[in-house]
Write a protein that binds this ligand. Structure first.
Ligand SMILES: Cc1ncc(COP(=O)(O)O)c(C=O)c1O
Length: 397
């Protein structure tokens, strides 16, 4: 048996791997699990998925499908009934006509992102992304030979890539401008007027606007409008993971301009053949009125959590630069409390048993001054977390 070091020195990985970073939150999560194994109670506010289980009608539909049919591959574009159901969802919820032929069902929105970047990017093409932002986007771009161009954003633009910021960062190599509304990690929305302006800018410059709407449905006090209103040339990704609470089923979708669908189909066929057959049949029940009623009650619960947490965090000394209007995250500035958010996250976990994500996971724009808190716990647990943090911070003062 060769020694570990020999093995490591023989490891040959592609140079692109140098640009792909792991999630820091996993380190926090591992530390949290170790504490739990020692019998400590940890309040998990670091995880980016809802604490609710998949709605019962969806699980029942999966059971019925398993009994009723063989689980063969489907079309790479997804089963026609689900593509139709998603098309109806756009008509009923958004009053927007999206023909089923433009909808590509994917293995989570992660696969939708991979397909979109895959058909759009040539080596060296640039993608405008907000910093902070969802880290996988820049890693997808790197993996495909593109260049992520991270645009620092702050509370002045509600942590979003505005048309003005996009214009400043634009270069002749810009191929895609991407926004997420609501965003991870900040929970802020891009206004429909800004989406329209970004779409027009991309159109005039021979580029594409790509909008991540994965947190749609989880907005509080107002409904989000889809970027599909801004034109048939916008790419939109969405998912069954967050609003529909189906993270582990790995199902999402992409709405693409019609001429791209064949290209997307070819790439999907080759990359993963088809999305999960079982998940697709289960997801047919996701749009039923009974399921939507469950999801809307959960949305109200998430709003109550957010409404509790925002003032409570501010009272602890965190600063929230832009009120989150969606998703289930608070992106809070912690510079009044600590110089290094990563050290703060580790210390809060070790001493208070509260886990949250340091800013480092979301880019390079002042990550040491920010943390992300996910309100994926009931209000009573959030109250306990705030009480623990209060005691912990008082002890450090
Ligand atoms: C902004 C954003 N986009 C995309 C994804 C990918 O999710 P999935 O592949 O589960 O649809 C996530 C997951 O956390 C996310 O936060």
């Amino acid at each position: 048996m060769p020694a570990m070091d020999d093995h490591a020195s023989r490891l040959r990985v592609a140079s692109r791997m140098a640009s792909i970073e792991p999630f820091e939150v996993m380190e926090i999560q591992t530390l949290a699990r170790n504490l739990e194994a020692q019998g400590r109670d940890v309040i998990h506010l670091e995880i980016g998925e809802p604490d609710f289980t998949t709605p019962a009608p969806v699980v029942d539909a999966a059971r019925r499908a398993l009994d009723a049919m063989p689980m063969f591959y489907t079309s790479a574009l997804g089963i026609p009934a689900l593509r139709e159901a998603i098309s109806r969802f756009y008509r009923e919820r958004y009053r927007v006509e999206v023909p089923a032929e433009r909808i590509v069902v994917t293995a989570g929105s992660s696969a939708a992102l991979l397909l979109a970047f895959g058909v759009l990017l040539d080596a060296g093409d640039e993608v405008l992304l907000s910093d902070p932002g969802y880290p996988c986007n820049r890693h997808f771009v790197h993996a495909l030979g593109g260049l992520p161009r991270l645009v620092p954003v702050d509370s002045r633009s509600r942590y979003q890539l505005t048309p003005d910021l996009a214009d400043e960062a634009w270069t002749p190599r810009t191929r895609i401008a991407m926004v997420a509304s609501p965003s991870n990690p900040t929970g802020t929305l891009v206004e429909p007027g800004e989406i329209a302006a970004l779409a027009a800018m991309a159109r005039e410059r021979g580029a594409t606007l790509l909008v991540d709407e994965i947190y749609h449905g989880l907005t509080y006090g107002r409904d989000a409008r889809t970027a599909l209103e801004a034109g048939d040339d916008v790419f939109v990704i969405n998912s069954f993971s967050k609003y529909f609470q189906m993270t582990g089923w790995r199902l999402g979708w992409l709405v693409a301009p019609r001429p791209y669908v064949r290209e997307l189909e070819k790439l999907a066929q080759n990359l993963y053949i088809s999305p999960s057959t079982l998940a697709q049949h289960a997801a047919l029940a996701a749009f039923e009125p009974g399921t939507i009623a469950i999801l809307e009650a959960r949305r109200r619960e998430l709003q109550a959590r957010r409404d509790y947490l925002l003032p409570a965090l501010e009272a602890l000394g965190f600063r929230i630069g832009a009120k989150p209007e969606g998703a289930f995250y608070v992106y809070a500035e912690c510079s009044a409390l600590a110089d290094d958010s990563f050290a703060l996250a580790r210390e809060a976990l070790a001493k208070a048993g509260v886990a949250f994500t340091p800013g480092k996971d979301f880019g390079f724009n002042a990550p040491e001054r920010h943390i992300r808190i996910a309100y994926t716990q009931p209000v009573a647990r959030l109250e306990e977390a705030v009480a623990r943090l209060r005691a912990f911070l008082a002890g450090r003062a």
